[in-house]
Design a protein around this ligand. Structure first.
Ligand code: ADP
Length: 397
């Protein structure tokens, strides 16, 4: 049986997983699946590398009430599937690496307790990310586990990009502009030298447009700034989050509408963005298909705000050599790419309509500078790569 690396990405109600075979220095994806609806309508599906369904099973809510019980089911299934052979290491997506972690890290007791300290910085995500690490420690003691952070790729930001204009004491206790989607940006930065070598050392804005959305300003493959800040609420409007919002609005909602923290959290994480604006859906596919006036408004607003933030990051970079679109919307919605690029035409961008419609890698015209590219992201592969490197299990090539 070939050695394998398990990658886990646990959220509040789901665990997504992928298994990669380690073949020399290469990683081959073997399995991909998820247990969704944990505690509500648990549903387990997994497919092999060719997309063939390997399992599809529903459970009663109390059979899979939480992340640890989902992990137990997943581990049993994996052990069966691998005929008793365990993975050689497990890599985890962990949203927050706090101010100190600027690279992935092999988890030990000290690291785990440090990561627990960051729960207040990401209360909705961090506990769910840490639960599978603990579950694996119990089931497979001694298994090397690597935490890969959404924040790490941005930790090299300069002081100006890292701060809010608030008192220093708050900065010192960790209220900083961390930025997120770092594993996606790192993957794109690594892919650029092959995909478009002429811009890989240049000034690039990567637009990770999925149900969460942000931009990253890359210079020679390093992150200089990003639109997300202390939390994943800042920057671009998203499926259900508003993006940058005058903090006075929050004061108004507390002072005049009497909202408490839980109500605000619901409004800002689940009731705003494309969903709140359109009154139709948080999903761009639904909005593109809808005749409702709110749907057009929401899509126009998304493109407007994205182009506006791109202008800001072009200024941070001192010019622009390329835009890269990625994630669910960036990879699959030519209409949205076009609408954003039209608003960026002042920079010299012209789209090749046919290439854009068919989702080619290069969608700008030959004479267009900046270039416009579409590169599918692969955060799980990035985690698997880091896991191999951190555990020094990669065979010398
Ligand atoms: P996440 O991983 O954050 O859940 P994704 O990167 O998968 O998000 O993006 C999901 C979003 O991408 C969907 O909500 C939808 O708006 C958009 N999307 C996915 N496929 C398409 C498509 N074919 N056309 C337009 N939008 C799409």
């Amino acid at each position: 049986m070939t050695d394998s690396i398990l990658v886990l990405n646990a959220g509040s109600s789901s665990i997504k997983f992928q298994l990669f075979a380690v073949e020399g220095r290469e990683l081959q994806r073997r399995l991909k699946g998820q247990i969704e609806g944990i505690g509500a309508q648990p549903h387990f599906t997994a497919k092999d590398a060719d997309g063939a369904l390997l399992i599809e099973q529903s459970y009663a809510p109390d059979e899979v009430a939480d992340v640890p019980s989902a992990m137990a089911i997943l581990n049993r299934w994996l052990e069966e599937r691998l005929a008793g052979a365990r993975p050689i290491a497990v890599g985890h997506r962990v949203v927050h690496g706090g101010p100190s972690f600027d690279t992935p890290v092999l988890v030990d007791d000290a690291v785990l307790s440090e990561l627990e300290n960051y729960v207040p910085l990401a209360p909705l995500h961090q506990p769910n990310n840490l639960a599978p690490i603990k579950a694996i420690r119990e089931r497979w003691p001694g298994m090397p586990q690597v935490a890969c952070f959404d924040t790490a790729f941005h930790r090299g930001h300069g002081e100006l990009a890292d701060r809010f204009a608030i008192p220093e004491a708050l900065y010192q206790e960790g209220v900083r502009r961390y930025g997120f989607h770092g594993l996606s940006y790192e993957y794109i930065a690594q892919a650029l030298p092959q995909v478009a070598p002429e811009v890989a050392d240049g000034r690039v804005i990567v637009a990770h447009l999925g149900s969460g959305a942000s931009l990253c300003a890359l210079k020679a493959g390093r992150s200089l700034d990003s639109t997300m800040g202390f939390t994943a609420l800042d920057g671009l409007p998203m499926g259900t989050r508003p993006g940058a919002l005058d903090s006075g609005v929050v004061l108004y909602l507390i002072g005049h509408k009497g909202m408490d923290a839980a109500e605000l959290e619901h409004l800002l994480y689940h009731g705003s963005g494309l969903k709140g604006l359109s009154g139709v859906s948080n999903d761009v596919r639904d909005l593109l298909a809808s005749e409702a006036p709110g749907a057009k408004l929401a899509l126009d607003y998304f493109a407007y705000r994205t182009a506006k933030e791109m202008g800001a990051l072009a200024s941070v970079l001192g010019g622009l050599d390329a835009i890269v679109f990625t994630a669910g919307i960036g990879e699959n919605a030519p209409e949205i790419r076009e609408s954003i690029c039209e608003r960026m035409a002042w920079l010299g961008i012209t789209l090749d309509e046919a290439a854009n419609a068919e989702g080619a890698t290069r969608i700008s015209r030959g004479d267009s500078r900046p270039l416009v590219l579409v590169i599918p992201t692969d955060e799980e592969r990035m985690i698997a790569e880091h896991t191999l490197d951190c555990t020094e299990l990669r065979e010398a090539g």
